[in-house]
Write a new protein. Structure first.
Length: 672
């Protein structure tokens, strides 16, 4: 299919965007690294060459107190302009346009100098902000305008004012966080004065021919958030103040509703952008979980928005727009919304990258240049590690033969994609299948690589990516056929009953509990998903919330057990673990920690929690107690005398770590 609406230019009057795709704001961590702006320039340049219509940078603070962290980036002084010019010059040379996002953290600042409209602590930071004086409010407005003027001097085509996600501007607008009694608090008109004066001050400083995007929180998803009438009124006031574009903001960071995780349906929030469209005349941007050109085309063609914002999809594939324009969407490396290498890294103060694209934010360090020493390489195992290595090595010019004992590629991803909310893993498999064909990797399915193959064919190197096998537990009664491992359940090899005990409270245990409880994925049914999380499309209540409703009438009774006494799911993703815990709570999964296992018999699973003995009358026990490296043929391969390399799970059998597996494959391909 073609994408005429997605690729149509957008005329802003004083300038034109070449298409309707915005690369949304992402903080990469390069902003704070030594020499990071040169790397950032390479990162953005690659996306500009990839055809995106407009880029927005990660958040840059307008002053010291507005920083997200003590060492976060700000633009407040003329001497800071030079490093930004490195970025804008690179983007413009590539034919792109770029705006700088101005972000004041407010009470989300992770430092003791944070300020907010009122002295109300955020639930996601340890510091209580000081309440800004009226003088400090006016000074901060000037700081926004000064930062925008410096951005223009640095060569940016515009700025995006971050007015959503619960940051400072949101904090002023909402009665939830603004309890002031002066001219900046009280009635909505007074609370809204802060963002309006910021836009007025910026426009006065930068003139007419400069893009001002305002990221407006259209759906707070917190109690006592903005009402719909307030959202509309603020949007109209901002239009009058001179914004060029209104971008959609969804949810505060403290909201207990997922907004960008893989379990969120594609385009799940485009309806709220559409709801505002009839009330303003400036272009509107739809956001959140838009990760394919098909969904972007649908949103724009249906009139829900004028543009679509995609942030992480440009980590996954800088060529996203070019591939859509070439009508080859099957070649796009699709963002799977996992958060593991991007947001989890950002919130751990590490450089962001991408699980499916380890080159993201490493464009100056990871490159697959043509090799002068072409080799014939045998690869065992077509899971994420094996596929990644094979494709990247073939890109360099090596002849790669990829052996897979099963009838399909994908490895553990074939199991992961069966978990409700993880359907996006299908896209990564599809991407690698097409890359294997494109780069002429010789794929041999239903073929096991062993020493006899190496004896009959000439290879220069062997790469083993044979993955993992489930860890077994040897206990009385665990040889019973009713005790099975997670792989057999997910593959459909066995069917379990209506009462099940899961041994292992890590990521696999959580996934299995979700799989057993949610027989029809709500991710594939947006209306059901909105009901599950209590999101009200009629917007009858402030913040857009209503009572969550989850259909538990046909669910199994599931026990999730772990030996450790630590918090269940402690090792889950930093930005998604809370979602998994809430989902299991919705499905009434019984969680027990500090469990020791005695035996399994016809009465059920005999356990002890502390000194208390208990029998769980379950139909089945599913082992989710981790994995072990599948090293069955490693010694045999090494005995051939050929250089042997281990990547992925066969190297380290940690929790199903596709991020590490794909990166290992890429780094090995770069070295050989």
């Amino acid at each position: 299919m073609s994408f005429p609406h997605l690729l149509e230019p957008l005329d802003l009057g004083f300038t034109q965007l070449k298409n309707r795709v915005l690369m949304g704001s992402m903080h990469t961590g390069l902003e704070e690294e030594k020499g990071g702006f040169e790397k950032l320039a390479a990162f953005y340049k690659e996306r500009a060459l990839g055809g995106v219509g407009l880029i927005v940078t990660g958040g840059i603070s307008p002053n010291l107190r507005g920083r997200l962290t003590p060492h976060a980036c700000q633009l407040s002084f003329p001497w800071q302009v030079g490093k930004h010019r490195v970025v804008t010059r690179a983007v413009h040379e590539a034919g792109g346009k770029i705006c700088m996002q101005i972000l004041h953290a407010g009470r989300y600042g992770y430092h003791p100098f944070s300020q907010a409209p009122s002295k109300i602590k955020s639930p996601i930071t340890p510091f209580t902000p000081s309440a800004m004086s009226s003088r400090q409010v006016r000074s901060t407005i000037k700081d926004y305008a000064s930062s925008a003027a410096l951005a223009k001097k640095a060569g940016y085509d515009g700025v995006e004012v971050m007015g959503s996600e619960g940051y400072l501007i949101n904090q002023f607008v909402s009665a939830r966080t603004n309890t002031r009694t002066d001219e900046w608090g009280g009635a909505f008109e007074k609370r809204a004065q802060f963002p309006i004066e910021i836009v007025n001050a910026i426009r006065a400083k930068v003139g007419k021919d400069f893009i001002i995007i305002f990221r407006l929180s259209m759906l707070d998803l917190v109690d006592n958030g903005s009402t719909w009438d307030e959202v509309v009124q603020l949007a109209q006031w901002l239009e009058q103040a001179g914004v060029s574009i209104l971008n959609t903001g969804i949810g505060w960071h403290e909201a207990r509703v997922p907004t960008i995780a893989t379990s969120v349906p594609r385009g799940a929030f485009a309806w709220v952008t559409e709801k505002l469209k009839q009330s303003v005349s400036v272009p509107l941007i739809a956001t959140n979980r838009i990760n394919t050109p098909e969904i972007g085309e649908q949103i724009i063609a249906s009139g829900q928005a004028d543009m679509v914002s995609m942030a992480r999809p440009f980590l996954a594939d800088p060529e996203f727009v070019n591939k859509a324009a070439a009508n080859t969407p099957e070649l796009i490396n699709t963002c799977i919304g996992c958060n593991q290498a991007c947001l989890d890294h950002t919130f751990s103060l590490k450089r962001a990258t991408c699980l499916v694209n380890p080159r993201a934010c490493y464009e100056t360090e990871i490159n697959f240049l043509p090799t002068a020493n072409k080799k014939r390489i045998a690869v065992m195992g077509a899971g994420p590690a094996g596929m990644a290595f094979s494709v990247y090595a073939a890109m360099r010019g090596h002849h790669v033969v990829l052996f897979e004992a099963k009838s399909e590629v994908g490895g553990q991803f074939n199991l992961a994609r069966k978990i409700p909310g993880k359907e996006e893993f299908n896209e990564t498999i599809r991407y690698f299948i097409n890359q294997i064909k494109l780069h002429k990797v010789e794929l041999r399915l239903n073929t096991r690589l062993d020493a006899s193959v190496l004896a009959t064919e000439k290879f220069d190197e062997v790469v083993i990516a044979s993955g993992v096998v489930p860890r077994d537990l040897v206990l009385p009664g665990f040889d019973d056929p009713r005790v099975v491992d997670y792989q057999k359940v997910l593959s459909g090899e066995v069917t379990v009953g209506n009462t099940v005990a899961l041994i292992g409270g890590g990521g696999i245990g959580f996934d299995m509990a979700h799989f057993l409880c949610e027989r029809q994925s709500s991710t594939l049914n947006p209306d059901k998903w909105l009901q599950q999380w209590g999101i009200d499309k009629t917007y009858q209540h402030a913040g857009g919330l209503t009572e969550p409703h989850s259909d538990n009438t046909d669910h199994r009774k599931v026990f999730l057990l772990q030996r450790k006494t630590s918090k269940m799911g402690k090792g889950l993703g930093k930005t998604t673990g809370w979602i998994h815990r809430l989902v299991l709570k919705q499905h009434d999964v019984k969680m027990k920690t500090g469990v020791s296992y005695d035996k399994f018999d016809d009465a059920g699973l005999h356990i002890r929690v502390g000194e208390t003995a208990e029998v769980l009358a379950v139909d089945n026990v599913v082992l989710c107690a981790g994995q072990e490296s599948n090293r069955t043929l490693v010694d045999e391969m090494k005995a051939t005398g050929l250089p042997v390399h281990l990547i992925g799970g066969v190297d380290v059998a940690a929790e199903l770590d596709a991020k590490r597996a794909i990166r290992q494959g890429a780094e090995l391909a770069m070295r050989l």
